[in-house]
Write a protein that binds this ligand. Structure first.
Ligand SMILES: [Fe+2]
Length: 233
């Protein structure tokens, strides 16, 4: 399996920086802790890059967003793997534990000396939603940092289109259904600009290769996932 961050043409000044190397180590740790989170992480890095490049963002910003995507779930290192891999519904208490990965992740990032606000925002606020139904701060609308709001669309799309311990029954048309759901909730929960751009990219087939190459069926990630229902986000 290729390693998107290492294999991509990251500017030398970024790869040489201490915090970038720390970020790579954190993702390696995450991969050892929870394979499902690891494959999800690689996919969302690539979706993030694709979306940011499609939006014509500057190269340096694309790299920062990619690192933010790589680190967004790093707080799961502090969550018991048994809860992360648990099939079926979580108890309310377990949900609270999982939700804490946002604030725990921010603490880890800061501990590692990563202070870039864009990365911090993505780690802490990627589960916030426009209608204030998200976490950890129940932020609403424009109070949600924009990088986190954009990334929330990508993170949700991947959750809807990939197998998880609690959701292994993926339908053939999972991608189309995910786009439909995101479109139906744009402006209510999800950033309309991000959803519409992502939907256009899906329509053009620009995203297909990512899910095909980075999933639990890759030889590196051969594993059995117990089946169940529900959605955990
Ligand atoms: Fe998350």
């Amino acid at each position: 399996m290729t390693r998107p961050i290492r294999d991509s043409k990251v500017p030398d000044q970024l790869t040489a920086s201490a915090w970038f190397q720390t970020a790579i180590r954190l993702v390696d740790d995450l991969e050892l802790h929870d394979t499902v989170t690891a494959t999800h992480t690689w996919r969302v890095i690539l979706y993030t890059r694709a979306l940011a490049e499609d939006a014509g963002l500057d190269r340096d910003i694309v790299e920062l967003l990619s690192i933010g995507a790589a680190l967004h779930d790093v707080g799961k290192l502090d969550i018991d793997g048994g809860i992360l891999r648990k099939p079926g519904r979580l108890t309310d208490q377990e949900f609270d534990t999982v939700r804490a990965h946002t604030t725990l992740g921010e603490a880890r990032v800061l501990d590692a000396g990563i202070t870039d606000p864009l990365i911090r925002q993505m780690v802490r606020s990627h589960h916030e939603r426009l209608d204030a139904s998200g976490y950890p701060d129940n932020l609403a609308g424009e109070n949600i940092p924009r990088p986190a709001l954009y990334f929330g669309v990508i993170d949700s799309y991947d959750a809807m289109t990939s197998r998880r311990p609690y959701s292994t029954d993926l339908r053939e048309d999972a991608e189309d259904r995910a786009i439909e759901e995101l479109l139906s909730l744009r402006g209510e929960k999800y950033c309309p600009d991000a959803v519409e751009r992502f939907a256009r990219m899906h329509e053009r087939g620009d995203l297909d290769w990512i899910a095909r190459h980075f999933n639990e069926d890759s030889p590196r990630y051969q594993m059995e996932l117990p089946g169940s229902d529900s959605s955990r986000g």
